[in-house]
Design a protein around this ligand. Structure first.
Ligand SMILES: Nc1ncnc2c1ncn2[C@@H]1O[C@H](COP(=O)(O)OP(=O)(O)OP(=O)(O)O)[C@@H](O)[C@H]1O
Ligand SMILES: [Mg+2]
Length: 253
């Protein structure tokens, strides 16, 4: 059994709260004294900007590490919290590593030398189901899928599940999908209640009981280069994520 929990936060859709989930759960875990590493796998580098600011431009990023030019670069954020920064170049990674042998296992190899130093490693995936996400699934012990409530919320989810099954059959037998998080939930909108009912009907207990409500504070926090726990620990978003984390920890015991 792996000691470090390595969670890929992935989704078949964009803008559903992957980065917000990684940032908030990472911040909560570190404040509880659990040593946490965040890995920004997305060329948009939103997770990097949240913790290191939009102007921070490190010499080495995950991209250079993927290319074999350096070991995995780790930036210290605060007590118990580190981050591997991303760069815009990650957008070209598919092409750059296309002919590499064992290109699906690059991230797993990179994390090997550092993972024992952490209790949790959170992988913030891009929304494309390409080679970067396959690398995340190959390195992870479990997958968490945020889904926001719109009319096509679950469309594409089956492909993600299929991809996870392929990776777990071939490359990573310990991999499991540990849960679906309903995010950006509008309490008063009937569409959201219908989507929730539908998801719970289809995926049962895989859907975490706690939902993350739509919350304006969540939008403001990253503008100040802060996660929401540091920005306003009492806002609904922070409370929802704290409840969710308890459920995640229970499920991963
Ligand atoms: N519960 C919420 N309430 C309000 N706004 C939210 C919530 N969750 C996320 N957001 C906002 O929605 C936007 C998209 O969120 P986020 O960046 O976390 O999604 P993502 O899935 O990582 O997107 P991408 O696919 O582009 O990487 C951001 O502006 C974020 O602040
Ligand atoms: Mg994101």
């Amino acid at each position: 059994m792996e000691k470090t929990k390595i969670i890929a936060i992935a989704s078949h859709k964009g803008g559903v709260g992957k980065t917000t989930t990684a940032a908030t759960i990472g911040s909560l875990l570190s404040s509880q004294g659990k040593k946490t590493l965040l890995v920004d796998l997305d060329a948009q580098r939103n997770l990097t900007s949240t913790f290191l600011g939009t102007r921070f431009s490190p010499d080495m990023t995950l991209y250079e590490a993927f290319c074999g030019h350096c070991a995995i670069p780790i930036c210290h954020v605060r007590d118990n919290l580190d981050i591997v920064p991303s760069s815009l170049d990650m957008g070209a990674l598919d092409t750059v590593i296309a002919s590499r042998i064992q290109r699906e296992t690059i991230l797993r190899q990179l994390l090997k030398s550092v993972k024992d130093e952490y209790d949790w490693i959170l992988l913030d995936c891009p929304s494309q189901m390409g080679i970067i996400t396959v690398n995340a699934f190959t390195a992870a012990t479990s997958i968490i899928v945020p889904i926001s409530c719109d009319a096509y919320a679950a469309e594409g989810l089956l492909q993600l599940i299929k991809m996870a099954e392929i990776v777990s059959t071939g490359l990573n037998p310990v991999l499991d999908i540990d849960g679906i998080i309903i995010t950006r939930f509008h309490t008063r909108r009937s569409l959201d209640r219908m989507v929730e009912q539908d998801l719970r009907g289809h995926y049962g207990e895989l859907v975490f009981p706690t939902k993350i409500r739509e919350n304006a504070t969540i939008v403001h926090a990253p503008i100040m280069s802060l996660d929401i726990i540091s920005y306003d620990p009492k806002c609904n978003g922070a409370r929802d994520y704290a409840g969710l984390l308890k459920e995640i920890e229970e499920r991963l015991k």
